[in-house]
Design a protein around this ligand. Structure first.
Ligand SMILES: Cc1ncc(COP(=O)(O)O)c(C=O)c1O
Length: 441
């Protein structure tokens, strides 16, 4: 056996301290690999909504949406294990798992969204959606929100507006401001906000046309999660859809964060607005941590793309991934998790609104289902800026063993987005912890 430098075999992972892991991580993954918290947490295990760190401390997970049906869900584990011990192979052979999963997944969509192409991530799904849109429209112009993130491939780096990228958005991309009733100036009415936003969209379309790109697609997250959960003026997304279609472009609904029942009211975020997207992309919660994503679209669009492009993806839609995806849908149904998102979400919303009313530096409570944001303002007493208040709250919550995070243009919105198995007693614990953290500012 050749000598290996590995200290631990894969199955005998020793539990190093957070500080030694951090040191080794910086040496191996580099200093720019992002981490949460001033003092990062080293997690070793998790179950349901609870995550345990290397010191044995247990945290209530009110942040992570990837373990959608709960960390280490036994049904998902069993499905993965059973399929992995039977067969795992790429997708150029027939296998019932992926067909069963496709049928079950597609049954959650309405008319016109009838075919799926699997990918390994949300990024790959959005990348493929762009290619399909460009093929259909013959255009290359893309419109996105001016504070958004949709993935990490080269095509998606070109449309990234919320994170730094070396070149910024490329010349075929127009970034528009998404209207938010909560953050709009007080002297701007909802109707005016709507008009301003639509004028900006019209200008973006006009500019793409005049520069010869034309409009290929509007790519959007229906909850505008990265933007900080915008509260849209009525009819905004309908008007966007109408204008994008009139310009010859397609609508891509990125359901990586909003999909799989996250909002409680709908399986897919676009349904909240009664939109008819041409393409729907998904990822994160789809395999409960197993990497799987996908694009759902019409037969027409997929066939047209496939006739001109042989799209092959070695791992995407393999039998083990499909088994994981099926198990997620099964648990969602068996445990009625969309209804849970609604009822627990209502408890959380009410509690968050009551808390926000008691603290001067707490503003609008945004969101629904099991996805909430709380807008924070500067605190006059301590003199802390809004971003500083937000950061301090997130750190204090961690010290009180509750995981949440922050989003928004200036990182001034608390992000609360737990696994969908988060129940009323978890919600109450979160609210108690948040109350203590708010008092500590
Ligand atoms: C809305 C949205 N779309 C796409 C992505 C990219 O997904 P992935 O990291 O699986 O490539 C993300 C990731 O954060 C996301 O939030």
């Amino acid at each position: 056996m050749p000598h290996t430098k590995n200290r631990n075999s894969v199955s005998q992972q020793t539990e190093s301290s957070a500080s030694s892991l951090l040191e080794r991580r910086l040496k191996t993954l580099g200093i720019h690999s992002p981490l949460f918290y001033d003092e990062p947490i080293a997690l070793v295990s998790a179950k349901g909504v609870w995550a345990t760190d290397v010191t044995g401390r247990t945290y209530l997970d009110a942040y992570n949406n990837v373990p959608h049906v709960g960390h280490c869900n036994p049904v998902v584990i069993e499905a993965i294990q059973a399929q992995a011990s039977r067969l795992n192979i790429h997708t150029r052979y027939l296998n019932s798992q992926v067909i069963d999963y496709s049928e079950e997944l597609l049954a959650t969509f309405g008319d016109g969204l009838e075919k799926v192409s699997f990918t390994n991530s949300g990024s790959e799904a959005n990348d493929l959606a762009f290619r399909i849109a460009n093929q259909r429209t013959g255009n290359t112009g893309i419109i996105v929100s001016d504070f958004s993130y949709h993935g990490n491939t080269s095509l998606l780096a070109d449309v990234t507006t919320a994170l730094p990228t070396r070149n910024g958005v490329s010349s075929n991309v127009r970034a528009i401001r998404i209207p938010d009733l909560d953050t709009a100036d007080n002297d701007v009415s909802p109707a005016e906000l709507f008009e301003i936003a639509i004028r900006e969209l019209d200008a973006a379309i006009e500019s793409l046309n005049s520069e010869g790109f034309g409009v290929s697609a509007f790519l959007f997250d229906p909850l505008f999660s990265t933007e900080g959960l915008c509260r849209l003026p009525d009819g905004y997304l309908h008007a966007v859809q109408q204008r994008i279609h009139a310009a010859g472009g397609l609508l891509i609904s990125d359901e990586v964060q909003s999909g799989f029942g996250r909002t409680g009211d709908a399986m897919w975020g676009y349904e909240l607005y009664e939109l008819a997207p041409d393409l729907v992309t998904m990822g994160k919660p789809m395999g409960n941590g197993h990497p799987i994503g996908g694009v759902v679209t019409s037969a027409d669009l997929l066939d047209e793309f496939g006739a001109a492009n042989l799209y092959f993806n070695t791992f995407a839609g393999n039998p083990v991934s499909a088994a994981a995806g099926r198990a997620v849908l099964q648990v969602m149904k068996d445990e009625d998790l969309m209804a849970n998102a609604q009822t627990t979400g209502n408890v959380l919303k009410e509690g968050l609104e009551k808390l926000a009313a008691r603290f001067d530096f707490a503003g609008a409570v945004k969101g629904q289902g099991l996805f909430f944001g709380v807008e924070l303002l500067p605190d006059q007493k301590s003199g802390l800026s809004a971003p500083a208040v937000t950061k301090k709250l997130v750190e204090n919550m961690k010290d009180n063993r509750i995981l949440i995070s922050k989003v928004g243009r200036h990182e001034t919105v608390l992000k609360i987005r737990p696994p969908l198995v988060f129940n009323k007693s978890h919600a109450e614990q979160l609210l108690e912890g948040l109350e203590a953290a708010l008092h500590s500012i």
